[in-house]
Design a protein around this ligand. Structure first.
Ligand SMILES: [Zn+2]
Length: 273
């Protein structure tokens, strides 16, 4: 019986699922004030970080990643220096919250691909073949003819986008799997993967060691894709989330927590359809 190893990442309803529960090492919340507004930030220490980096996420989280040896005081001062910038981003994201409403598949909506945000552009042009293309920062969907019914058009645009993401996912995931596979030296046969659109998961691994990956993951940065693939490859050796599993994952991706934080913070947007 192919038992699915339940696992990773995405969650729509903000409740952390098993993997995403922060551990103590994961950065406690610190805070400071901008005027009356309290701003909380999370500190993540990374082996590979060369300098301090502040990121504001759409879910209102502020994450500061720093090299291991940096002091709390230095972090506080650095955050303080950029507090206006952080506050402005938080304001913008608060306003954008409405973006995570159901998509209408009309021009102007955000679309993501490999961690970058694009603007959807829908055009009707009977002279052209129906297609989806990334052109100058825009994800352009060309329809050959218009239907009078707007909802009909939305279905068409969605279908074309789904197919485009699916095709991209197939190529990119194969490429990333090949790239990270040498690190998983316990895997002796190159695993196959299937694409399956899921609401709460980025991936899973069958008892036979084959992967299932969520095509929406192709909206995330390559590093996040690598994280999910490595996570699944670790399940080929360690079938559950034991201590040994996390140790193995840390060996092949020492900063996986930061990567996972980034992916989780965008899950709602990436999975919105
Ligand atoms: Zn897992």
């Amino acid at each position: 019986m192919a038992s699915r190893l339940e696992h990773t990442t995405a969650n729509n309803d903000k409740k952390p699922i098993v993997d995403s529960k922060p551990t103590k090492a994961d950065g406690l919340l610190h805070h400071l004030y901008y005027g009356q507004d309290k701003i909380s930030y999370e500190v993540i220490r990374k082996d590979k970080a060369r300098k301090l980096r502040i990121k504001v996420y759409p879910d209102q989280r502020v994450v500061v990643s720093v090299p291991m040896q940096v002091t709390d005081e230095f972090i506080y001062q650095s955050v303080q220096k950029r507090v206006r910038w952080i506050w402005q981003h938080l304001q913008d994201f608060a306003k954008q919250k409405t973006d995570v409403l159901p998509k209408r598949y009309v021009s102007g909506e955000p679309q993501f691909y490999l961690g970058r945000r694009y603007v959807l552009k829908v055009i009707v042009d009977p002279e052209q073949a129906a297609n989806v293309k990334l052109i100058r920062g825009k994800l352009t969907v060309t329809l050959t003819h218009d239907s009078s019914d707007g909802s009909d058009r939305a279905v068409k645009v969605k279908t074309m986008l789904d197919a485009w993401y699916h095709a991209k996912a197939k190529t990119i995931f194969a490429e990333r799997l090949a790239a990270v596979l040498p690190q998983a030296d316990w895997v002796h046969h190159s695993p196959t993967f299937k694409l399956l659109s899921m609401k709460k998961q980025w991936g899973s691994c069958s008892a036979q060691g084959n992967l299932v990956l969520n095509p929406h993951l192709v909206k995330a940065p390559k590093e996040c894709i690598d994280y999910v693939i490595l996570h699944e490859l670790c399940h080929i050796k360690e079938h559950n989330h034991s201590e040994r599993f996390w140790r193995l994952l840390s060996q092949v991706m020492p900063h996986w927590k930061a990567v996972k934080t980034e992916l989780d913070s965008m899950a709602e947007l990436y999975l919105n359809e």
